[in-house]
Design a protein around this ligand. Sequence first.
Ligand SMILES: CC#CCNS(=O)(=O)c1cc(S(N)(=O)=O)ccc1C(=O)O
Ligand SMILES: [Zn+2]
Length: 261
Amino acid sequence: RDPWGYGNEDGPDAWHKDYPIAQGNRQSPIDIIPEEAVHDASLSPIFLSYDYCNSINIYNNGHSVIVEFDDTDDRTVIRGGPLDNAYRLKQFHFHWGGKGNHGSEHTVRGKTYASELHLVHWNAAKYKTFGEAAAGPDGLAVIAIFLEKGDEHRGLHKITDAFYMVKFKGSVADFKGFNPKILLPNSLVYWTYPGSLTTPPLHESVTWIVLKEPITVSEKQMGRFRMLLISGEEEDDRTRMENNFRPPQPLKGRKVRASSN
Ligand SMILES: CC#CCNS(=O)(=O)c1cc(S(N)(=O)=O)ccc1C(=O)O
Ligand SMILES: [Zn+2]
């Protein structure tokens, strides 16, 4: 398969050539229109059991910067909300822009944010492996958190301070003991809808849980994201990793539900 990316030739508009599901009926991200979201009183709160959560490493895959977790048991799970089972945390990663306040994947009535954090969980109660879950209709649950430009976020410092170790595509570094609980906003009020991975292979396997309340990130911290490269250390070019976001996709009749305020 041709390598995909976010450039003019290999970007989101070209992905359908290698991944026809890109034009499917439950693609992500989407533009969320709060007034059109169905308020569903039966939606219970999201419950995150992140207390024994421990990160393993941080790596640069040329598309994003990813922090991976040990998902060999149910120590770090989310449950409740739209989910029927507990879903295990596997990794989190970010999408961001070049400058200004664009860079998020989901938008809210057209409003974009500087970045978006995705916490990826998989349904280990129903699927034997992550790969199988990633291809199943109820295999993944991703919590999306908007990062709005503003004051610096103290919890983000540990992550942005580690970026120098994973500047190049393919680099990985130890990153133990980080608990993403500190990246959560005060409120866990959310929107939820059935969608897909926002990067190839674009599997339609994700229950999206988008938190309404953003966290803040400073311009200086965003600058750290933009020092990451999509190029490998051995390559001549030094292309910055930025604007690694897919634009909103057609809703195709899907209902977005809102949890209680
Ligand atoms: C097979 C398969 C698969 C998907 N892997 S992922 O869920 O970690 C993931 C999820 C997403 S997102 N943006 O849909 O949460 C992006 C990138 C990745 C990734 O491969 O690193
Ligand atoms: Zn993502």
